[in-house]
Design a binder for this molecule. Structure first.
Ligand code: CA
Length: 362
């Protein structure tokens, strides 16, 4: 046995016996208390990108923690209803959740800004504001009241504007239009004279088919195609001005998070950041592929809203956000932070991204 082999074997032997570091070691991993957690999501079982992304996330947490943090995932409806995630994690019946913060607008109006607001940031802007513009600090501060720790954990990228059965040539075409469009986007549509119809995911297709609604938005090409909207709508409009980069949220029960050793808290934060990157990358890839399929295999007309329509909606959105923010002191604070950061980013984006895309895609 040469010296190197001897050292290797001895070190491995010492590690296996837990002698080298003083920490008990098994199978090469530090040992300690094992935490078994439950995680609930708002997504259907097997739902591409969102639920599958969460499944990958818990595997990564198990790997990175050397098996000391084991998380069992429950899809929407399996343990709690899809929109029961916030309460379940807040109360501790599950230690973790994956959802979108704008679903909780009724309990916490400010939460809407942490997902997406009409004509707000894209994914890149959201990440910049959250990680480096004070956004996440505000989010943590606001969620502390609910005993929750939030982490950005995925982004849909720019969504699509939706499926329509009549052309949208001017802002007037929204008058009387019955559309399934939730949240702040819906409030803007109502301001444009439209009628917002709230429908669960499972009822949208037949409602559009039977003319109960004239239009609907959903997510982007990948998920929209699975819903089959191309079979019951004539026009598919972009861009999704109402959700230009929706951040998904990971929530952790604060007592559970604070009760973890520091390395396991770092595991969660790291895996969440990884999920944040991976989900956006998967959304972008799958949306691009699905759009190609839609173009080659369906007769639906793919259009962009005319610029004056978008400009009109943007004006209505500014007023809607001002009104929404004024109704709640936390929302006022978050809106102010968001706008201040947006002003800084706009100068830079004008010179960098905008000019670049004009040439690259022009
Ligand atoms: Ca949407």
């Amino acid at each position: 046995m040469n010296r190197r082999t001897f050292l290797k074997k001895t070190t491995a032997g010492m590690l296996a016996a837990g002698l080298a570091s003083g920490i008990p070691v098994k199978n090469g991993y530090a040992q300690g208390k094992t935490f078994r957690w439950r995680m609930v999501t708002s997504w259907p079982p097997g739902f591409p990108i969102l639920q599958t992304g969460v499944e990958r996330f818990v595997t990564r947490v198990a790997q990175l923690s050397g098996g000391r943090l084991q998380i069992r995932v429950f899809a929407g409806g399996e343990l709690v209803p899809p929109l029961g995630v916030f309460d379940a994690v807040s109360q501790g019946s599950a230690q973790m959740g994956h959802s979108a913060s704008y679903y909780w607008a009724g309990k916490c109006p400010a939460a809407q800004w942490f997902t997406s607001v009409p004509f707000g940031f894209n994914a890149q802007g959201m990440n910049s504001w959250l990680y480096y513009g004070g956004g996440l600090r505000l989010w943590e501060e606001i969620y502390r009241d609910f005993n929750l720790v939030p982490r950005p954990a995925g982004n849909t990228g720019v969504q699509m504007g939706g499926w329509f059965n009549k052309r949208i040539d001017s802002l007037k075409d929204f008058k009387g239009l019955k559309m399934r469009i939730p949240g702040l986007g819906g409030k803007v549509l109502a301001r444009a004279g439209g009628t917002v119809v709230l429908l669960p995911g499972g009822e949208i297709y037949t409602s559009l088919e039977r003319g109960v609604i004239d239009a609907t938005e959903w997510v982007g090409p990948c998920h929209d195609l699975r819903m089959g909207f191309q079979r019951v709508a004539k026009f598919y409009y972009g861009p999704g001005w109402h959700e230009p980069g929706s951040t998904l949220e990971l929530t952790i029960n604060k007592d559970a998070y604070d009760g973890l050793p520091v390395d396991l808290r770092a595991v969660i934060d790291t895996a969440a950041a990884e999920l944040n990157v991976q989900m956006l990358s998967e959304f972008e890839t799958e949306n691009a592929r699905a759009l190609e399929r839609l173009r080659s295999k369906s007769k639906v007309k793919i259009l962009t809203f005319p610029t004056p329509v978008l400009e009109g909606l943007k004006k209505l959105s500014v007023a809607t956000l001002e009104d929404e923010a004024a109704r709640d002191s936390q929302a006022t604070k978050v809106h102010r932070s968001y706008l201040a950061f947006k002003r800084v980013m706009e100068g830079w984006s004008e010179l960098s991204e905008k000019q670049y895309y004009n040439v690259m895609l022009g």
